[in-house]
Design a protein around this ligand. Structure first.
Ligand code: NAI
Length: 327
C-alpha cells in the first residue's frame, strides 16, 4: 500500500474546511488508494482551536480507512512541516467599514507569514492552492515569500468560476455538464474573471455556434458567473462553501492525478503567456499530467476577449501594487 502524504489545510474550522476535510480524508482528492495525514491550521484563538477539535472528533468518527493521521496546529511553522499539499483556505474576511487597502494589508500579512513557513519547513515539492480571498493576490504573496520553492507550485483557485460557467452552459444548451470540453476562464477570481467558451465543444460541435448569441454571453452569462458568489450569499445568508470546497478538490485532484488531456482552469504564475506580465497569478486554461500543469498556448484572442482580459489584468495589477510595499 502507498505511503501516506501530508495535506495541510488552513482555516480548517471554517465553513469551507467543514465541507472539504471529510472529502480529502475519504480519498476524493488524491485517490482511493492514497492514505493522507491531515495537518490542520487555525488561528491560535481558544474558540477556533476548540472548534477545530470538534471537527477532528467528527473526522475520527467517520473511521476513514485512508486517514493515517491528524494534527491540530496554531502556527504555520509546525502545520506546514514536510507537507506535500497545502490548501490555504483561511483568510481575513472584510469586516464592517474595512477599506479594500486594509483587507489587502491584513491578508498580505497572513500570506507572507504562511509563504515563509512553507519555504522553511514544507516538502521541497509542496503543491499549494490558495482559496482564501483575494485568492490570486494571496497566492502571489505566498509565492513571493517562498523563494526556495518552485514558483510553478503556487496556484490560486479559479475552478469554482470554471465549474459555475460549465453549469450555466449546460443549462443554456440542454446538454450534460460532462459533455462540455475546452472551456477557459481567464484572470482574477472576482467578478472581472472572463469565462470564455469560444473554444468549447460538445460532442465535437462548437458551443459558440450552438449558443450563437453574443448579447447572452455579454449580458447574461458573464454577469451570472461573475456575480454568482454574491447571489449565493443573498439566497443562503452565507457564502458558498460546499461548492468552493468541491472546486478545491477538483483543482488538487486534477493537478495530482491528471486531466487526460482535458482543459481545466487554474490560477498560475504567468511566464508572459498571452501578454500577461511575469508572476501575475492569472487564470489560464491548463491540462495536467504526471503531477504538473501545462498551459494551453496559442489560442486566438479576439477584440472582445482582449478587452475582458485587459480588465481583469488591470484589477490584478492594482491589487499587486497595493501590496508591493508589504513584500
Ligand atoms: P470562514 O470564515 O467560515 O472560515 C475561515 C477560517 O479561517 C476561520 O475559521 C478562521 O479562524 C480561519 N483563519 C483566518 N485566518 C487564519 C490564519 N491566518 N491561519 C489559519 N486560519 C485562519 O470562511 P470560509 O467560508 O471557509 O471561506 C474561507 C475563504 O475562502 C474566504 O477568504 C473566502 O472569501 C474564500 N473563498 C474563495 C473562493 C474561491 O473561489 N477562491 C470561493 C469561496 C470562498
Amino acid at each position: 500500500s502507498k505511503k501516506p502524504v501530508r495535506v495541510a489545510v488552513t482555516g480548517a474550522a471554517g465553513q469551507i474546511g467543514y465541507a472539504l476535510l471529510f472529502r480529502i480524508a475519504s480519498g476524493e482528492m488524491l485517490g482511493k488508494d492514497q492514505p493522507v495525514i491531515l495537518q490542520l491550521l487555525e488561528i491560535p484563538d481558544e474558540k477556533a482551536q476548540k472548534a477545530l477539535k470538534g471537527v477532528m472528533m467528527e473526522l475520527d468518527d467517520c473511521a476513514f480507512p485512508l486517514l493515517a493521521g491528524m494534527e491540530a496546529h496554531g502556527d504555520a511553522n509546525t502545520a506546514f512541516k514536510d507537507t506535500d499539499y497545502a490548501l490555504l483556505v483561511g483568510a481575513r474576511p472584510r469586516g464592517p467599514g474595512m477599506e479594500r487597502a486594509d483587507l489587502l494589508a491584513a491578508n498580505a500579512q497572513i500570506f507572507t507569514a504562511q509563504g515563509k513557513a512553507l519555504n522553511a519547513v514544507a516538502s521541497r515539492n509542496v503543491r499549494v492552492l490558495v482559496v482564501g480571498n483575494p485568492a490570486n493576490t494571496n497566492a502571489y504573496i505566498a509565492m513571493k515569500s517562498a523563494p526556495d520553492l518552485p514558483r510553478k507550485n503556487f496556484t490560486a483557485m479559479l475552478r469554482l468560476d470554471h465549474n459555475r460557467a460549465l453549469s450555466q452552459i449546460a443549462a443554456k444548451t440542454g446538454k450534460p455538464v460532462s459533455s462540455i470540453k475546452k472551456l477557459a476562464v481567464w484572470g482574477n477570481h472576482s467578478p472581472t474573471m472572463y469565462a470564455d467558451y469560444r473554444f468549447a465543444t460538445i460532442d465535437g460541435a462548437s458551443v459558440k455556434d450552438m449558443i450563437n448569441d453574443d448579447a447572452w454571453n455579454r449580458d447574461v452569462f458573464l454577469p451570472t458567473v461573475g456575480k454568482r458568489g454574491a447571489a449565493i450569499i443573498e439566497a443562503r445568508g452565507l457564502s458558498s462553501a460546499a461548492s468552493a470546497a468541491n472546486a478545491a478538490i477538483d483543482h488538487m485532484r486534477d493537478w495530482a492525478l491528471g486531466t487526460n488531456g482535458e482543459w481545466v482552469t487554474m490560477g498560475v504564475p504567468s511566464n508572459g503567456e498571452y501578454g500577461i506580465p511575469k508572476d501575475i497569478m492569472f487564470g489560464y486554461p491548463v491540462t495536467c499530467e504526471g503531477g504538473e500543469y501545462k498551459l494551453v498556448e496559442g489560442l486566438a484572442i479576439d477584440e472582445f476577449s482582449q478587452q475582458c482580459i485587459n480588465k481583469t489584468l488591470a484589477e490584478l495589477q492594482g491589487e499587486q501594487d497595493g501590496v508591493k510595499h508589504l513584500l
